[in-house]
Design a protein around this ligand. Structure first.
Ligand code: SAM
Length: 287
């Protein structure tokens, strides 16, 4: 249950030693699905908030930062992605941003918990903003881990928008999952994943680096500060078998971005390029 305290504050349970609290102005939904505890509430500062198993997934106020960076960085770098796979992403924010790319002709989204999709469509409608009705979207309810091991589809870009490596999301940080993604990519394909806040989740960064480096010719991380992913820089993992992709010139990124005519609130080509510049403490972690 959400367990608000006497001041009606709900505290995230991601860390036992540190956390953020939100005043609950209204509980909109709370229940357990077969996979996880689902909570959606309204908070004056962040609007509607979704938490799964006590961990903040997304809020109306800051979701654009994460969804724009996890989507446009790989798609603008690729330049001509037609087939995109989304793992997780039940709130629909990634699907919304992918649909803005008119050169994308086919999107498969594999989400383990239908309840997340249904609740997000009802209580966070601006996240998907109609994207679930886009003719290009093919929604599969299932485990993303199993999908990438068995699918005969191949993709230009794979975006893993998972929960943290706890509960159903844990398998999406495994070497076998990354190997499954590699087999599911077309030549020149790109994998990007949600990879946590390394100031707080240092093992997540070093574990992912160790696993990706054994599989892909090129791997790295890029970052963005997302207010409700507490603890500083939020990182995204990057992997591909074409090292030149990550070296794409700024002028090319700008030309592609302008050609797509997409309106953003966070993403810019300059920020895209700069986001791969990591602070020294993270570079030291990756040595
Ligand atoms: N942006 C959020 C973050 O960074 O924590 C994640 C948002 S999204 C709500 C995470 C989604 O991953 C959830 O809908 C959850 O049901 C889904 N998920 C977790 N484990 C999964 C798995 N093994 N296969 C597919 N989807 C999974």
């Amino acid at each position: 249950m959400s367990h608000p305290d006497s001041r009606n504050l709900w505290t995230e349970t991601l860390y036992s030693t540190y956390g953020q609290s939100f005043r609950i102005d209204e509980i909109l939904f709370e229940d357990k699905s077969e996979h996880q505890h689902l909570l959606i509430f309204r908070n004056e500062q962040f609007g509607r908030v979704m938490a799964l198993d006590g961990i903040v997934q997304t809020t109306e106020r800051d979701e654009f930062i994460y969804h724009e960076m996890l989507t446009h960085v790989p798609l603008i770098t690729h330049g001509d992605a037609q087939r995109v796979l989304i793992i997780g992403g039940g709130d629909g924010g990634i699907l919304r941003e992918v649909c803005k790319h008119r050169n994308v002709t086919h999107i498969t989204q594999v989400e383990i918990d239908r309840a997340v999709i249904d609740l997000a469509r009802q209580y966070l409608p601006d996240h998907s903003n109609g994207a679930y009705d886009d003719a290009r979207a093919n929604i599969i309810i299932g485990d993303g881990f199993d999908f990438v091991q068995t699918t005969d589809e191949r993709f230009d870009v794979i975006i893993s928008d998972s929960t943290d490596p706890l509960g159903p999301g844990e398998v999406l940080f495994s070497k076998d999952f990354y190997a499954g993604c590699q087999r599911s990519l077309k030549p020149g394909g790109i994998l990007v994943t949600q990879n946590g806040v390394p100031f707080m989740q240092t093992d997540e960064l070093s574990n992912t680096a160790a696993r990706l480096s054994r599989l892909f010719k090129d791997w790295s991380f890029y970052g963005a500060a997302v207010p409700t992913y507490i603890g500083g820089l939020m990182t995204f993992a990057w992997a591909s078998d074409n090292p030149a992709l990550r070296q794409t010139e700024l002028s090319t990124l700008k030309q592609r971005w302008l050609a797509r005519g997409i309106t953003s609130r966070y993403y810019t080509p300059e920020l895209h390029q700069a986001s791969f510049a990591l602070p020294q403490y993270l570079l030291d972690l990756l040595k």
